[in-house]
Ligand binder design. Structure first.
Ligand code: AMP
Length: 324
């Protein structure tokens, strides 16, 4: 699928001596995994080229995947830029992406605001990493994958698919994951790194269950306000991850986390099963996937309005559909 675009991308990669790879800010496992994975494949395949992975922020969560690079303005001169896993240009963590000569977008989010000279978007993919593995498989006679690349890509595939349980997981996902396991990934160590929790964090989890709310028709939501963030000394990333604590409550088919941003706005993370919520996110100036998206609100009143809208959506859905 999309063979022509992939061929064009490979030809561009071959054409350039310098390639700079970037991803979205506030990176998750897929953003870091897909960029480091691509970088490692390209480095192993084209050792004569300079291939950098450059961004302006960092993720503790997947720091074990290794460090990214820095670049001077000179490095961007005549460079090919590849931006991965980033729906809109303004979400790119590297603010210098336009200093390069040409820009390629590779992404699995809905293409609401296309950018770049070449764009390869497959929004049905469970992760951007899956696309990078597909790219490798398509050209495996010309490309080389390493264990370090496989680890980065597998990390993104596992995290973005919720350990292969979200709706986008399909046969192709597992076929791509199998390619990585054949290269060699220590999954016991990887899962321990990703999913073991400190005891204190589990105590925080119990606090969240005590303080979350459920709306009349089954929207689970929690407000991770400044006070809660200070009480438990949470980083923004830890505060944001609270949304996943609400994901396995029977009957709560939409769940939301509201997180106080340092600038006074409130970040919203929307998640769902069965029911589609990205239109709701768009109503509040955000967007994203059908069942995993984000928005921002400016006040607790707006937060309540969003919960009310979500509740109406759930009510309507439950009246007409199967759910658990
Ligand atoms: P998050 O809750 O930040 O993990 O976001 C879930 C998905 O929605 C991600 O794939 C983001 O790219 C997308 N997303 C989050 N916030 C926004 C936003 N304000 N505008 C557009 N897309 C967003």
């Amino acid at each position: 699928m999309n063979e022509e675009i992939k061929k064009t991308i490979l030809n561009k990669i071959k054409e350039y001596d310098k390639i700079i790879i970037s991803r979205h800010f506030r990176p998750d496992g897929d953003a870091v995994g897909s960029t480091l994975g691509l970088q490692r494949i390209l480095k192993a395949s084209f050792p004569e080229k300079t291939i950098l992975c450059v961004n302006e922020d960092y993720s503790d969560y997947v720091a074990f995947l290794g460090e990214e690079d820095t670049a001077t303005d000179e490095d961007y001169k005549d460079a090919l830029m590849i931006v991965v896993d980033t729906a809109t240009e303004d979400r790119c963590s590297n603010k210098k992406v336009n200093l390069g000569k040409e820009l390629i977008k590779i992404d699995h989010h809905v293409d609401i605001a296309p950018y770049g000279d070449i764009s390869w978007v497959e929004d049905w993919r469970s992760s951007a990493c899956e696309m990078i593995v597909d790219f490798y498989v398509t050209f495996k006679d010309e490309l080389t994958i390493t264990k370090e690349a496989a680890l980065a890509l597998y990390t993104g595939m596992v995290t973005d698919s919720g350990r292969f349980k979200y709706t986008e997981t399909c046969g192709e996902t597992l076929r791509m994951a199998a390619v990585l396991l054949d290269v060699g990934v220590d999954i016991v160590t990887l899962y321990a790194r990703l999913y073991l929790e400190d005891f204190d964090y589990l105590k925080f989890q119990s606090y969240v269950y005590d303080h979350m709310k459920v709306s009349e028709n089954g929207v689970a939501y929690v407000y991770v306000d400044k006070e809660m963030q200070e009480k438990f000394n949470l980083s923004h990333e830890q505060a944001s991850n609270v949304v996943s604590m609400l994901s396995e409550i029977k009957g709560c088919i939409v769940w939301l986390a509201f997180i106080d941003n340092p600038d006074g706005t409130i970040r919203v993370r929307l998640r769902s099963r069965f029911v589609v919520v990205n239109k709701l996110a768009e109503k509040y100036g955000g967007g994203g996937h059908l069942c995993a998206c984000g928005a921002n609100v400016n006040s607790t009143e707006e937060m309540e309005a969003l919960v009310k809208d979500a509740d109406a959506l759930v009510k309507d859905f439950k009246a007409n559909n199967f759910y658990l």
